[in-house]
Design a binder for this molecule. Sequence first.
Ligand SMILES: NC(=O)c1ccc[n+]([C@@H]2O[C@H](COP(=O)([O-])OP(=O)(O)OC[C@H]3O[C@@H](n4cnc5c(N)ncnc54)[C@H](OP(=O)(O)O)[C@@H]3O)[C@@H](O)[C@H]2O)c1
Length: 208
Amino acid sequence: MNPAASVSERLHTMNPRTTRFELLVVASADGFIGRRSGHNPSSWASPEEQHHFLASVDRADWSFMGRRTDEEAPREDRRRVIFSTSASGLDWCSPTRLRVDPRSTGIEAMIEAIGTRHPARNCLVLGGTRVHDWFLARALIDRVVLTIEPVRFGSGMPIVSNIGGEPDAVMRRLGFRRTDSRKLNAGGTRLETFEPAGSQRIDPDRSY
Ligand SMILES: NC(=O)c1ccc[n+]([C@@H]2O[C@H](COP(=O)([O-])OP(=O)(O)OC[C@H]3O[C@@H](n4cnc5c(N)ncnc54)[C@H](OP(=O)(O)O)[C@@H]3O)[C@@H](O)[C@H]2O)c1
């Protein structure tokens, strides 16, 4: 195996195309996923986005998220991988909820662990920002499904830590191309899909 291959390439070589990661995000028109931590999309996103979000989560095998996102919407019945610096090794807090510290546990180990409980074919990456950063830095995202709501927050939690601006421009700068765009409602909510344009931007100097 080529040692210079990206994690994504290595994963797919080990286990060709069996695990796919979709980044599912709702953002304001000026590119924020909330005004502040705790500003849950259920309080500001459209009913159409919420319907789409819940249907996507229902279909997914596993959802990856940060500790706060998990705590904000606890669901024992959902299969979750929860990032936390306080996790030690592969820390199952219930049969369907695995806590890991991604600074010391790699994606291959996470997939192997969750695969023993339920196949990890279609996985969602739900955020927040640092969880997006972690997956993007490793070029693991196969598809981005982005809902853009016609609201502007002015400031808040960005989609990724080191690139700001309107969501479409952020996606382009991350190395994704838009493959679909459609209206979700008459109010101006848009559902957009992006795929890697061929060269995803990886920031080798950033530590996660
Ligand atoms: N608009 C959207 O699409 C969207 C998506 C997801 C979440 N949200 C919103 O965003 C807010 C939550 O975001 P948040 O940024 O405050 O919190 P978060 O990302 O849900 O959780 C942050 C915590 O996760 C752990 N973590 C995340 N990345 C890590 C990494 N790379 N390495 C180690 N640990 C890591 C750390 O836990 P420890 O502190 O335990 O170490 C960190 O404090 C919520 O209000 C939620 O509703 C919005």
